[in-house]
Write a protein that binds this ligand. Structure first.
Ligand SMILES: C[S@@+](CC[C@H](N)C(=O)[O-])C[C@H]1O[C@@H](n2cnc3c(N)ncnc32)[C@H](O)[C@@H]1O
Length: 452
């Protein structure tokens, strides 16, 4: 049996009834603190980000960063020699020659972008077989990975590989099967400002953290030029000594049935967290009333009042998880699988095209739903509050001179309140991903409001 890496300070593993082990805090973690920093073992960019970021450290091309192409395949880009050498030694010297033939092959082209990345990521890992063999019996990340639980699709080795299977020596093929078995359920989507841009393997994070749809922690990614991408696991709220530390494996706002199916298919378990238990009880059989009807307007007005308070200016957001449990039954239809996608579409359309009053109303309803479904301080709440403050700022900036002063004051007060919510959530989560981003946007909008 492989020996796995040392655990982060203040975290221990305890036996878990269904998930082998659980990571438990040995002393309290305050909200916003970094529980663990874990370097990536292997990462691969999504097709959408190829050529825009360094393939090794993921730094974005900018005035200060010029990317240079691999002269062999012309399909890998690096910010400098350090990254290029590291990638060459780890995997690229084995993949470079075959890379373009593979990525233009039908078996690769028919895959979804996320499966394409997985095929390349797995190929990269297998190409580095020397490291796997050398470190299998040590206490490094390779050993940790090989000690992980296998996923439910471990035996169906179905991803095409950049290294043709036939060309793999039997020893490497056995290794490939071992890696594949643990790949599907131990593979993270890397994001910058909550936009996914790559996939990656972080063995120690996989070893430690179980899933919950009401997690008390979440992952973010730290990008530094010429360094491996690091994952940080951040406490979303105060975590008490002895409490299990959990992260979300998927978006907790997805409908209950979709979450259960995805967790079963990809990870081999049925979630029994507090949100799942609640939603399995109140699963709405019928979709909410049609958009535009008084019946839906009543539900949405009540949802906003329940989640945020009746007055938009003195709006408050919940600070303890589990708000959904005290929702009046008349609001349960908002958990129907059709409701959130339809509302998001209305917000997205009207915030771009107007009318902005509709965008503000849809955006507020969406915020109300988010604060009910997501745990407090969940980053998506902050991102949406920022989006909403930008929408109202647009209303202020595009309003003609005839708007009564009282109405302008109300709009400004709302923008400030949404910005406060955004700042408190996103500052708690801390800087992540590419430079700039939401924390900078919050500051710019605050400056604009004070110079009004
Ligand atoms: C990334 S690993 C988590 C580490 C795992 N607990 C261990 O001891 O190796 C993912 C696997 O853990 C198990 N798991 C994670 N969260 C779970 C949960 N909430 N309930 C049941 N099993 C879970 C599933 O088997 C899943 O495929």
């Amino acid at each position: 049996m492989a020996v796995s890496e040392a655990l982060p300070p203040r975290v221990r593993l305890e036996p878990h009834l269904t998930a082998r082990n659980a990571a438990v805090s040995t002393s309290p973690f305050p909200s916003g603190s970094v529980i663990a920093t874990i370097p990536g073992l292997a990462t691969c960019l999504l097709p959408s980000d190829k050529g825009k970021r360094c393939d090794a450290c993921h730094i974005l091309q900018s005035d200060a960063v010029t990317l240079k192409r691999c002269s062999g395949c012309a399909s890998f880009w690096y910010c400098g020699t350090l990254c290029q050498t590291r990638a060459w030694k780890a995997h690229h010297k084995k993949l470079c020659k075959n890379f373009n033939t593979f990525t233009t092959s039908t078996e690769y082209q028919v895959l979804t972008p996320h499966d394409q990345v997985d095929a390349l990521l797995l190929s990269q890992m297998i190409a580095d077989s020397a490291s796997w063999r050398a470190e299998q019996s040590s206490s490094g990340p390779h050993a940790t990975f090989l000690d992980l639980l296998k996923g439910p699709r471990a035996d169906v080795f179905e991803l095409p590989l950049c290294l043709p299977k036939g060309a793999l020596p039997s020893e490497s093929l056995t290794l490939a099967q071992e890696l594949y078995g643990r790949f599907g359920n131990n593979n993270f989507a890397l994001h910058s400002h909550l936009n996914a841009y790559a996939h990656g393997v972080f063995p120690l994070a996989s070893r430690l953290f179980n899933h919950s749809c009401v997690p008390n922690a979440a992952c973010k990614y730290i990008l530094r030029p010429s360094e491996s991408v690091a994952m940080q696991v951040v406490a979303l709220r105060d975590i008490a000594e002895g409490e299990e530390i959990t992260i979300p494996y998927l978006d907790p706002a997805l409908p209950y049935q979709t979450r259960q199916e995805a967790l079963q298919v990809n990870y081999g378990f049925g979630c029994e967290c507090r949100l799942c238990r609640f939603q399995s009880r109140v699963r709405p059989a019928e979709a909410p009333p049609e958009r535009g009807t008084d019946a839906l307007r009543d539900i949405e007005t009540s949802l906003r009042a329940f989640a945020l308070g009746a007055d938009a200016q003195s709006m408050r957001v919940p600070t303890a998880p589990g708000t959904f449990e005290s929702m009046p039954a008349m609001l349960h239809p908002v958990f129907h699988e059709t409701y959130l996608p339809a509302l998001s579409e209305v917000f997205s359309k009207t915030s771009h095209e107007g009318p902005y009053v509709d965008a503000v109303e849809a955006g507020l309803t969406l915020l109300a739903l988010y604060v009910v479904v997501y745990p407090p301080q969940y980053p998506q709440i902050g991102m949406h509050a920022l989006e909403l403050s930008k929408t109202i700022w647009n209303v202020i900036c595009t309003a003609g001179p005839d708007v009564p002063a009282r109405e302008s004051e109300v709009l400004e007060a709302q923008t400030k309140r949404f910005l406060e919510i955004a700042a408190s959530v996103l500052q708690n989560f801390g800087p992540e991903g590419d430079e700039g981003g939401p924390l900078e946007e919050i500051q710019m909008l605050r400056d604009a409001l004070t110079s009004q």
